[in-house]
Design a protein around this ligand. Structure first.
Ligand SMILES: Cc1cc2nc3c(=O)[nH]c(=O)nc-3n(C[C@H](O)[C@H](O)[C@H](O)COP(=O)(O)O)c2cc1C
Length: 435
C-alpha cells in the first residue's frame, strides 16, 4: 500500500540562537536575518511546507514577579518582529511557505490586511498569517489596556476582525486591474469598492489600497485548543498548529476540529493539522538517548520551560515545588489549552516530570533518523494526518539540529514515501492542499 503523505513545518521565532551551546550557531547575533535565511534555504531543500515564526508582544514578568529569568535565559525576549523577517526570507527562497504571527490585539485590521497583501506579493503567494489574540496582561498593557480582555471575548473580537480583513481582501473584484494601454487605465474604479464595515469593535471604510495578492488573502494558520479556539480554527484556518499528549489525543483533536469544520460547511480536508514534534536524534539509538538525557538534565532546560509557561499563562511557576503536582484549580486567562496539556491535572506527576514531558511536543521520539521516521509514519497512520511542526526540543534553533532534520530525518521520511520530494504548486495554500 502506498502510504499517505504528510506535511512538514518548522516552529520557531525571531530570537537569539543557541549562543552558549558547544555547537552554537555564531554568537547570539541573529538580528541581521542571515541565520534565518540560511535556515529557510535548508528547509526549502528538504521541501518543508512552511516556516512559522511565533510571536509575543511583551517582556514577560510573571515568573517571580520580574523579568530576571526571562532575560537571563533569553526566553521569549529579546524577540524581533517576524513580519519584516518574513519579507526578507521571501526574497531568498522560492517555494517555502513563510508564516508570521500577528496579534488581533496589536494590529488594526486595515494595517494587517495591507502588510499581508504586500508580503504575499513579495513572496509570490507564500505568505501565511498565524492568527493570535495574545494571552498576556503585559502584552495588553503595551496597547493601552489595563489588562488582557477575557478569553472568550478575545475570540469574539477575533471573529469580527476576520470579517473585516476578509472583506478588505475581497474589496478588489477579480479583473479590477486592467492596465488598458488604449485608455491609459490602470484599474477599473467600479471594481474597487469601500466595505463600510461597522461592527461591534471595528469600523473600517476600505477598500484596501494594495493590489490583489497572489493568494487573494494569506494562508490562515491558527492554534486554538479551547472550545472557542477550536471553533475559530475550524471556521477560518487553512492549517492548525497543535499540541496533544500522544497519538490518541492527537487523533481526538483532529477528529474534533474536522467535525467542527464540517458543521461550518467546510471540507475538513481543507484544514491541515500539524502537531508540534521535537525528535532527538543520534547516529545510534544509544547516542540519541545520551543527547536526550544531557539536554533534559541541564538547569537551563527546566528554567526556560518554566519561564515560557509563566509567560504564556501569567501564572508564577516559581511558587510551585518541583516535587509535587500542580494545584488542580490552576486557571489562566492566557493559553488555556497549553496549560492543561502541560499540567496534566489529575495525573499526580510532579512538576519536575511535567517539564520533561513537555519537551516532546506531541509524542516522544528519541532514536536514529530511521527510527524516528518510522515512528512518525506510525503516528500519522494512527492519527489520520496531517503532519508535524518541528521545534527544537531543548533550547532555540541551531544549525546542527536544523541539519539533523533536513539531512537525516527528512531523507529517511522521503525514502519511505511519507513526505514530499518536490514542490509542485506556486502558493502556500495550494501546497497545503496538494495532499
Ligand atoms: C503551538 C502553539 C503556538 C502558538 N503560538 C502563539 C504565538 O505565536 N503567539 C501568541 O500570542 N499565541 C500563540 N499561541 C496561543 C494561541 O494562539 C491561543 O491564543 C492559545 O492557545 C489560547 O487559546 P485556547 O485557550 O483556545 O487554547 C500558540 C499556541 C499553540 C498551542
Amino acid at each position: 500500500m502506498i502510504p499517505k503523505k504528510f506535511h512538514l513545518g518548522w516552529f520557531t521565532n525571531f530570537t537569539v540562537d543557541e549562543w552558549h551551546e558547544p555547537f552554537a550557531s555564531g554568537g547570539g547575533s541573529p538580528w541581521d536575518g542571515q541565520f534565518y535565511i540560511e535556515f529557510c534555504k535548508a528547509l526549502e531543500r528538504a521541501c518543508f511546507d512552511y516556516f512559522m515564526l511565533e510571536d509575543t508582544l511583551m517582556v514577560p514578568e510573571s515568573y517571580g514577579g520580574n523579568a530576571e529569568l526571562a532575560l537571563r535565559r533569553a526566553s521569549q525576549v529579546p524577540k524581533h518582529d517576524p513580519v519584516p523577517l518574513a519579507a526578507v526570507i521571501a526574497s531568498h527562497t522560492k517555494h517555502l511557505g513563510i508564516v508570521a504571527t500577528m496579534s488581533t490585539l496589536g494590529y488594526p485590521p486595515f494595517l494587517l490586511a495591507r502588510v499581508s497583501a504586500t508580503i504575499d506579493h513579495l513572496s509570490g503567494g507564500r505568505f501565511g498569517w498565524n492568527i493570535v489574540t495574545s494571552g498576556e496582561d503585559a502584552a495588553a498593557q503595551n496597547f493601552g489596556l489595563d489588562k488582557l480582555p477575557e478569553h472568550d471575548l478575545r475570540y469574539d473580537v477575533a471573529h469580527e476582525f476576520m470579517d473585516v480583513v476578509n472583506q478588505l481582501f475581497a474589496s478588489w473584484e477579480p479583473g479590477a486591474i486592467i492596465m488598458d494601454r488604449d485608455t491609459e487605465t490602470y484599474a477599473d474604479y467600479t471594481k474597487v469598492m469601500p466595505i463600510n464595515f461597522e461592527g461591534q469593535w471595528f469600523k473600517c471604510r476600505g477598500p484596501l489600497n494594495t493590489a490583489p495578492s497572489p493568494q487573494g488573502r494569506p494562508a490562515y494558520i491558527q492554534a486554538g485548543g479551547s472550545d472557542k479556539g477550536r471553533d475559530f480554527a475550524a471556521k477560518h484556518a487553512d492549517s492548525i498548529i497543535a499540541t496533544a499528549n500522544g497519538p490518541a489525543a492527537m487523533k481526538d483533536f483532529r477528529d474534533d476540529v474536522r467535525r467542527r469544520a464540517a458543521k461550518f460547511g467546510r471540507n475538513p480536508d481543507d484544514i491541515k493539522v500539524l502537531y508540534l514534534f521535537s525528535p532527538v536524534m543520534g547516529e545510534t539509538e544509544a547516542e540519541a538517548w545520551m543527547v536526550n538525557e544531557r539536554g533534559m538534565s541541564q538547569q537551563r532546560f527546566a528554567e526556560r520551560r518554566l519561564a515560557l509557561m509563566s509567560g504564556i499563562t501569567d501564572i508564577d511557576f516559581s511558587k510551585f515545588s518541583m516535587d509535587e503536582p500542580l494545584p488542580v484549580d490552576l486557571t489562566t486567562n492566557g493559553e488555556s489549552h497549553s496549560l492543561k496539556r502541560f499540567a496534566q491535572f489529575g495525573s499526580g506527576k510532579p512538576l519536575r516530570q511535567l517539564i520533561k514531558e513537555a519537551k516532546s511536543g506531541s509524542a516522544e521520539a528519541v532514536g536514529t533518523p530511521d527510527q524516528v521516521a518510522q515512528k512518525m509514519g506510525e503516528i500519522m497512520a494512527e492519527v489520520g494526518g496531517d503532519g508535524f511542526l518541528i521545534r527544537n526540543p531543548f533550547h532555540n534553533s541551531n544549525r546542527r539540529y536544523i541539519y539533523e532534520i533536513t539531512d537525516g530525518l527528512v531523507p529517511a521520511l522521503q525514502r519511505r514515501g511519507l513526505v514530499r520530494t518536490e514542490y509542485t504548486k506556486p502558493t502556500l495554500r495550494e501546497t497545503l492542499l496538494e495532499f
